[in-house]
Ligand binder design. Structure first.
Ligand code: ATP
Length: 206
């Protein structure tokens, strides 16, 4: 099972129930704004503790309230690409990528040159994050996450707020990552039609 969740999270007043299991290489989590998609990603990454329940990814239990398991974020191996990229503003693109590489516990999984080629960011290496377009920043953030050799990838709205052509190019890159790199991917989107071609399984939240 790539993602196996049965838990309740409560970031605000209302509880959010996440109950799904997927064997797909890429699972899409869809639902309207505010339904709790980002909160579910945060729970998987270990940033938000569920009130109760169980979370397992790629066969490893990350959280289990009954068994008293709650792995710290750094032990979970998540490659989390936030909706707003969150590159380090004081470091150029190249240094942001090197940061990801330093986090990798097992070397040789995917090389920097391969990531740069895969995501088409070679011409951006000397740029500051503030000078990048939204799509460029997201590609760099995905590259940084991949270089950290994650056990799984969490992508929060990677295709939103991009024009049609740029969204299409990024979708094609995500397809390549899905097909060429064997890590389970959970991708959040508010638009089901956006994820149809990418996802082996679509989970609707709410
Ligand atoms: N830190 C917080 N404090 C209080 N309420 C919160 C907090 N974080 C999230 N919430 C609430 O929890 C609910 C789920 O939020 P979440 O961001 O997970 O939804 P989402 O489906 O990802 O939304 P969007 O698509 O707009 O990003 C919302 O009602 C939100 O207001």
């Amino acid at each position: 099972m790539s993602f196996d969740l049965d838990c309740v999270v409560r970031p605000g007043a209302a509880p959010i129930i996440a109950r799904f299991a997927s064997e797909a290489r890429l699972t899409a989590l869809v639902g309207p704004s505010g339904v709790g998609k980002t909160s579910v990603l945060n729970a998987i990454a270990g940033i938000l503790a569920p009130v109760e329940g169980r979370i397992a990814v790629a066969g490893q239990v990350l959280f289990d309230s009954e068994a008293g398991v709650n792995l710290p974020p750094e032990a979970r191996g998540a490659g989390y690409v936030f909706q707003d990229a969150r590159l380090f503003p004081h470091q150029r693109v190249h240094a942001n990528l090197v940061y990801g590489e330093r986090l990798a516990r097992n070397a040789g999984w995917i090389g920097r040159d391969e990531v740069i080629e895969l995501l088409g960011v070679g011409h951006l290496l000397d740029r500051w994050p503030a000078t990048l377009s939204g799509g460029e920043a997201r590609r760099v953030a995905i590259g940084r996450a991949l270089l950290a050799a994650p056990r799984f990838l969490l992508l929060d709205e990677p295709l939103s707020s991009l024009d049609a052509e740029k969204a299409e190019r990024l979708a094609a890159l995500i397809e390549r990552i899905r097909d060429e790199i064997a890590v389970p991917i959970l991708l959040v989107s508010h638009a089901a039609e956006e994820v149809e071609r990418l996802a082996g399984q679509v989970v609707t939240l709410g």
